[in-house]
Design a protein around this ligand. Sequence first.
Ligand SMILES: [Zn+2]
Ligand SMILES: [Zn+2]
Length: 380
Amino acid sequence: MANVPDTIQTWQMVQPWTRDKETGEKTPGVLELTSIPAPELAEGEVLVEIAGCGVCHTDLGYFYHGVPTVNKPPLTLGHEISGRVVAGDAGWLGKEVIVPAVMPCNNCPICAAGRGNRCLKQKMPGNSLGVYGGFSSHIPVPAADLCVVPPPAPLPAGGIEGGRSIPLEWLAVVADAVTTPYQAVTRADVQAGDRVVVVGAAGGVGAYVVQVAKAFGAGTVVGVDVHQEKLERSLEYGADFIINATGKSAKDVRNEFRALCKENGLPHNYGWKIFEVTGARGGQEISLALLSFVGKLIWVGFSSNVNEYSLSRLMAFDAEIIGTWGCLPKYYPDALQMVLDGRIQIEPFVETRPMSTIRETFERAHAGKLTRRVVLTPDF
Ligand SMILES: [Zn+2]
Ligand SMILES: [Zn+2]
């Protein structure tokens, strides 16, 4: 069979950064190019030739910040993958696919209850799928939950246009950056006309929370962040109003939010759905300060911070705080469709780089120097 390799080229995380607890001395992490044997495919598995793999904040957590992976290093990071099936069940061969960042077992009480995105036996490339991850030439994955990318339509007779204009590698961001917001917005039950605040609206995930909320029909979306330029960009992609929180306390931001509501004839103290997407203390404090009567706070960002909040306010507000993790594979086709038909724009938020630049790309991402989500494309 064409294109089926004996070996997989891959950038393994040999070891993450570590810090000596006593001396505080840091030992740099190691990413190394190596090749591993392509495995025998198990029943129900296919081999995907990777078109692109996005660099996610979660990868940086594993490499730089001591967040442990389920499978111990050496392993390959990367869970935001698109590609083409090159081996396995004949029905899948040649299909272009998006690999869900978390793949449920589909065979446990949590899955049966429709909560498979948090299945305890789920597999995540670059974390809990053995040594396999997306910063590779190929990856073996269970086929059941792959999201098929519709083939580009044939050229119309005499026409120059036709088909999908979005390259397959860009669609890697659907595997996590787009679908995690899709799940979060679904968990929040965003309905037509809803009022939404996105704290972290300028970030790699937050920008999509804004767009997905709008695509679900949200009437008003307020973006809060600390990057003025990116906040202004969000006005072109779903945000109706922006608040720059730079140098402001949570209370300052709440007051500014109230003033903004007043100016625009919006109620300030009930019914808002607030998304915390920063995973940073400042953003978390703002999100908690904005939660009010019959509101919902959806916790999308991650950090190891311990937050202080009077939970009795939830009682008084009749409000909810909801956690959200990953995305159910069944939502992927709809999320992908939103991207393909332009309700969600990815082009302004993504850039591709050769996979051989992985070390410097990680460094730049870690230093906060990237303005777009980087998708690494195999060149090794
Ligand atoms: Zn991720
Ligand atoms: Zn399960």
